[in-house]
Design a protein around this ligand. Structure first.
Ligand SMILES: [Zn+2]
Length: 145
């Protein structure tokens, strides 16, 4: 198992899996052998076993939980940033702004808390802010009562 610098899981695919072992040596695993998802050691016993021990299973789920929490925290940070940008945009522009300006400020338009279909248009939400997007700009930005 390999983690990137954010602690996210990096999965490998292919016929052979290169895996960094504890001794920093590289080896090629035989696809037919079952290896522990946590430590990479061979797994014996039932064919659907994924871990060599309870300890490895617990560690694996701990890493998974940690990675999920990291991702959620990062997404909340992005939404919080979008929120304060929308807040200042509403004051400065009265609810209309080109994406280029928003992106310069760090706004990430693919992060929203809800998307609602209203007639032919989609309304995007960032907590209590609602807005539409199209033709290179964000418009009709308003606060929900
Ligand atoms: Zn193991």
């Amino acid at each position: 198992m390999v983690y990137d610098s954010f602690g996210s899981l990096v999965f490998h695919a292919g016929q052979a899996i290169f895996e960094e072992t504890n001794t920093k040596m590289y080896r090629i695993q035989n696809e037919e052998e079952v290896h522990c998802l946590e430590c990479g050691e061979p797994v014996y016993g039932r064919s659907d076993k994924k871990f060599c021990s309870d300890n490895c299973r617990n560690r694996w789920h701990g890493h998974l939980r940690y990675a999920r929490e990291k991702i959620q925290a990062r997404e909340m940070q992005i939404l919080a940033r979008n929120y304060s940008i929308l807040e200042s945009m509403l004051c400065l522009t009265g609810g209309k702004c080109p994406f280029s300006t928003l992106e310069e400020m760090g706004f990430k338009k693919e992060y929203v808390t809800r998307v609602i279909k209203k007639g032919k248009h989609l309304e995007y939400r960032c907590f209590d802010f609602a807005y539409n997007m199209g033709a290179g700009k964000l418009f009709n930005l308003h606060r929900l009562d």
